[in-house]
Design a protein around this ligand. Structure first.
Ligand SMILES: [Zn+2]
Ligand SMILES: [Zn+2]
Length: 99
C-alpha cells in the first residue's frame, strides 16, 4: 500500500518536474529573441551624439561629424555645421539648467 502511494507520488512528481523543465526550456527559447530585439532597438533609439543647436544625431545624419566644444561648460556636442557656429554655454547657465 505504502509502496503504491510512493510510486504514484513519484510518477506525479516526475511528470511535473518534466513539465516544469519543458516550460522553462521553451519559455527561455521564446523569451531570448525578444530580449535581444528589445536590446537592439533600445540601442538604435539612443544616439551617442546629438548636436545641441539643431538636434542632429549620428543616427539621423550618419555622415555628420560630431565634436565636443572645449569652450562650452560641460560636454556639449555639436555637429560639423555648428561646432564653430554656436553660442558657448556658460558655466552658471549650465548649473541653472541642471538645478
Ligand atoms: Zn547642428
Ligand atoms: Zn562652445
Amino acid at each position: 500500500m505504502r509502496f503504491a502511494v510512493l510510486a504514484a507520488t513519484g510518477n506525479f512528481l516526475l511528470f511535473f518536474a518534466d513539465n516544469i523543465a519543458n516550460q522553462i526550456r521553451t519559455g527561455r527559447r521564446r523569451l531570448s529573441p525578444q530580449a535581444r530585439t528589445f536590446a537592439a532597438s533600445a540601442d538604435d533609439r539612443e544616439p551617442r551624439h546629438r548636436c545641441r543647436v539643431c538636434g542632429k544625431t549620428e543616427l539621423s545624419d550618419p555622415k555628420a561629424d560630431f565634436r565636443y566644444c572645449s569652450k562650452c561648460a560641460g560636454n556639449q556636442c555639436y555637429c560639423g555645421d555648428h561646432i564653430f557656429n554656436h553660442e558657448h554655454v556658460l558655466a552658471d547657465e549650465e548649473s541653472k539648467r541642471s538645478a
